[in-house]
Design a protein around this ligand. Structure first.
Ligand code: FE2
Length: 142
């Protein structure tokens, strides 16, 4: 059973933009259908480390070209780092090395693009403090 998130005032979302560039051999990552976030179909993940009792999950995410992640909340907080491609959210277009933090407060929608449509936008996400399962109303990809 996951621990409850600490009883603190939720922090608003944060965006930090950097100039970091990454080199990832995406073909050698053992992608699987996402078991964590319960998002609309099409998202692949590679789990680096997770512990449900701690309410923690760290994983790479691969969003298909043009994918829209619906506006959502989740019991956990997350830090997300863009590895390759772009995430457009709240009027910002985030690129490699940029960071976004979100938690219980609604955030999104996020739209993902990549110059390499074969694997889409790649990010690393660290969820902590509860389930990473997303709560959302409508699938904007339909
Ligand atoms: Fe989120």
């Amino acid at each position: 059973m996951a621990q409850d998130f600490p009883d603190v005032e939720p922090q608003d979302w944060v965006i930090t933009e950097t100039e970091i560039q990454w080199s990832i051999d995406v073909e050698n990552i053992p992608w699987e259908d996402d078991p964590h976030m319960e998002l609309p179909e099409g998202v692949k993940t590679y789990t680096v480390n997770s512990n449900e009792a701690e309410g923690r999950a760290d994983f790479f995410i691969r969003f298909p070209e043009g994918y829209i992640e619906p506006e959502h909340t989740h019991p956990s907080a997350h830090a997300v780092m863009i590895i390759d491609g772009t995430m457009t959210v709240h009027g910002h277009t985030l690129t490699s090395g940029d960071y976004i933090y979100g938690q219980k407060l609604p955030h999104g929608p996020m739209e993902y693009h990549s110059e390499d449509a074969d694997y889409g936008c790649l990010v690393f996400a660290s969820f902590v403090g509860g389930s990473p399962a997303h709560e959302w109303d409508e699938d904007p990809n339909e």
